[in-house]
Design a binder for this molecule. Structure first.
Ligand SMILES: *[C@@H]1O[C@H](CO)[C@@H](O)[C@H](O)[C@H]1NC(C)=O
Length: 313
């Protein structure tokens, strides 16, 4: 437990420099609106400069309709656990020609094969949302390139080839499959706020929220360690169905109306989990709040887990 806390502390302290650079640009993003932002747009170019090139080409990625798509396989936080990823893809019988492979982010750190996981996902045509650990790893990679010291937990970035670092830089904050009403993010979304108006920090950091008004119509992320809130996903009522990671402490969260939490703590010796969405059954819609085990979603969600080979962190 002590080492786990230390790791957490180290990864947070490295994340801060990247986060700070991002912060001013996030405020500006809120003013100009994210959808207009692409590299061809001069507002975006300015933000990119302010953010020190940290922002990817596409912040919110959207997958177009594709008639040969049969399933979407969304995998939770892999954290360098390559063997378990192979086990899981084998168990779901992943087939690249018919399955879209998505990830909730936090691809590296803690497990033994961070670089290999990042390379394997590219080889399989997978697309990941950006996790806070992915961002922190990039900050460490940049520091290492400049000859600055980096914390031990990020030692693996020394082996990360520049083309793989570039791929990490391009991880979007969300990946949507609009025709299935599905969005994949790392942390979560603030209830009542449209995707394109969400703060980028919230999207990969949020676990809990507190109400801003007594009617509980508006929410914000808790200040960590200072206040307690409720799981954002327990309040989220759409419009999109959200699959997320980041919350290994709560583990697999599948009892909610419009969200599923997939971080089942593989790097802590628990499980790696995927949710398989049947793409031929139409969009994910709320079936009434008693959705129960989450399979109430037209019956088109299936959960598949594999055990960790060992405890890595
Ligand atoms: C359609 O989706 C499948 C499965 O993800 C993929 O293999 C194929 O390349 C896609 N086709 C197009 C035209 O995008």
């Amino acid at each position: 437990m002590a080492s786990r806390c230390l790791y957490l502390f180290l990864s947070i302290s490295v994340a801060v420099s990247a986060g700070q650079r991002l912060h001013s640009s996030v405020d500006e993003l809120d003013q100009v609106g994210i959808f207009a932002l692409h590299r061809g747009n001069k507002e975006y170019v300015k933000l990119l400069e302010d953010a020190g090139e940290l922002l990817p080409n596409i912040i919110h990625r959207s997958i177009p309709f594709n008639s040969s798509l049969e399933r979407v396989v969304v995998v939770g936080d892999v954290h360098g656990c390559l063997e378990e990823l192979h086990d899981l893809l084998h168990k779901v019988n992943f087939q690249q020609h018919r399955d879209l492979l998505l990830f909730t982010g936090d691809l590296g750190n803690r497990g033994p094969y961070s670089v290999q996981v990042i390379q394997e996902i590219q080889r399989l045509g997978g697309i990941s949302a950006r996790g806070n650990n992915d961002d922190a790893a990039l900050a460490a990679w940049e520091a290492y390139q400049k000859g600055d010291p980096i914390p031990l937990i990020f030692d693996w970035v020394k082996e990360l080839p520049v083309e793989d670092a570039r791929w990490l830089y391009e991880l979007p904050w969300s990946v949507s499959v609009p025709h299935l009403n599905l969005v994949v993010v790392h942390g979560g979304l603030i209830p009542g706020v449209r995707l394109e108006r969400q703060s980028l920090d919230d999207i990969y950091e949020v676990r809990e929220v507190v109400p801003l008004d007594r009617a509980e119509t508006r929410w914000r992320m808790v200040q960590k360690g200072i206040e307690e809130g409720v799981a954002w996903a327990s309040i989220w009522d759409g419009p999109q169905y959200v699959v997320f990671g980041h919350d290994a402490k709560r583990g697999l969260q599948k009892g909610m109306a419009m969200a599923t939490g997939l971080d089942s703590g593989v790097c802590y010796g628990f499980k790696l989990t995927a949710v398989v969405v049947d793409a031929r059954m139409g969009p994910l819609q709320m079936q009434g709040l008693q959705a129960g085990n989450g399979a109430g979603m037209n019956g088109n969600l299936q959960y598949v887990s594999v055990d960790a080979h060992k405890r890595y962190a």
